[in-house]
Write a new protein. Structure first.
Ligand code: NAP
Length: 288
């Protein structure tokens, strides 16, 4: 579609449903992808409080939307409103992408696909490694599922609220037969867990704008043979990513995951190869 493109009676709707949604770069990323791929669709973000989730999902079906993304706090609640979900959604217990196939709403989890693709594209192998995952929410679940799929052998799960880390450790060790332990998020416990890990993943909003000076890991834990992944994408270079790079560690940013999950979503909605570079540039333009 050229810059001449205008919405018409055939334009399909794609959407983001979350609460709040004001920080999201997804509208810019997907609208750019639709534009350069000549797809007659528009991506809009809707701030949907939980009480309206059910009616908004029904509305997506009624309006024959192309599909929609689901973000905080609806990734689990939306599951019950869909007609089908793929196996990955069941494994993670959360949905982030919905495709409307002629009135049937099918759920996918491209967060997991995005993490795996971000690692692969950066030449990061986690086969046989042990990982420290910080956080116990939706992003942590996606990280644990991705790492399990890629052959990670041992997890430490650290969380501010320890009982959530414990229940996640129990669930994942039962589901995948992987050794999992829960640790609290104090500096001592985190330092010990990081020393026996090959990879550290931040799956919390710590370090995100505006609290950019915060970091989940003490600086002395960073070392050259460590792999560090941060789900936070605003700023792109978080304090954790910055300190890890300075220490010589291999880093993968939340931007990589964001673009890869967006690319996987685009493919599901359109069946077309995603214009990754364009999508990345669009996101960088809003985040910088
Ligand atoms: P979530 O389900 O609400 O979970 C948030 C997690 O972070 C919980 O474990 C929570 O601990 C912890 N947490 C929150 N604030 C904290 C603080 N101040 N100090 C320590 N821990 C804190 O959210 P989510 O879906 O996992 O999202 C987490 C982050 O990932 C968000 O910043 C989101 O934007 C990002 N994300 C990025 C991508 C990407 O493509 N790059 C994709 C998805 C999500 P408690 O259990 O103690 O509350």
């Amino acid at each position: 579609m050229s810059s001449e493109w205008k919405a018409d009676q055939f334009t399909r709707l794609a959407a983001l449903i979350g609460h709040p949604i004001d920080q999201s770069p997804s509208p810019i990323m997907h609208n750019e992808a639709f534009r350069v791929s000549c797809i007659n669709a528009v991506y809009l973000a809707f701030d949907v409080p939980p009480a309206f989730l059910k009616s908004v999902v029904s509305g997506m079906r009624a309006m024959n939307a192309l599909g929609f993304n689901v973000t905080i706090p609806h990734k689990v609640a939306a599951l019950d409103l869909l007609d089908e979900s793929d196996q990955l959604v069941k494994d993670v217990g959360a949905v982030n992408t919905v495709v409307n196939q002629n009135g049937t709403l099918k759920g996918y989890n491209t967060d997991v696909v995005g993490i795996i693709a971000a690692f692969d594209r950066n030449g990061v192998s986690v086969d046989g490694s042990s990982a420290l995952v910080i956080g116990a929410g939706g992003a942590a679940r996606a990280c644990l599922t991705a790492l399990s799929a890629k052959g990670c052998k041992k997890f430490h799960i650290a969380n501010r609220t320890l009982h959530k880390a414990k229940s996640l450790a129990k669930e994942f060790s039962r589901k995948y037969g992987i050794e999992c332990s829960a640790v609290n998020q104090g500096p001592k416990a985190i330092s010990e867990a990081s020393r026996s890990s090959d990879i550290v993943l931040n799956a919390t909003p710590v370090g995100a704008y505006p609290s950019v000076e915060e970091c989940v890991l003490p600086r002395e834990c960073l070392r050259p043979d460590l792999i560090v992944f941060d789900v936070v994408y605003k700023p792109i270079r978080t304090k954790l990513i910055d300190e890890a790079s300075k220490a010589g560690a291999k880093v993968v940013t939340g931007l990589e995951m964001l673009v890869e999950q967006g690319a996987a979503t685009f493919k599901l909605w359109t069946g077309r190869d995603p214009p990754r570079q364009i999508m990345r540039k669009a996101v960088e333009s809003v985040l910088s």
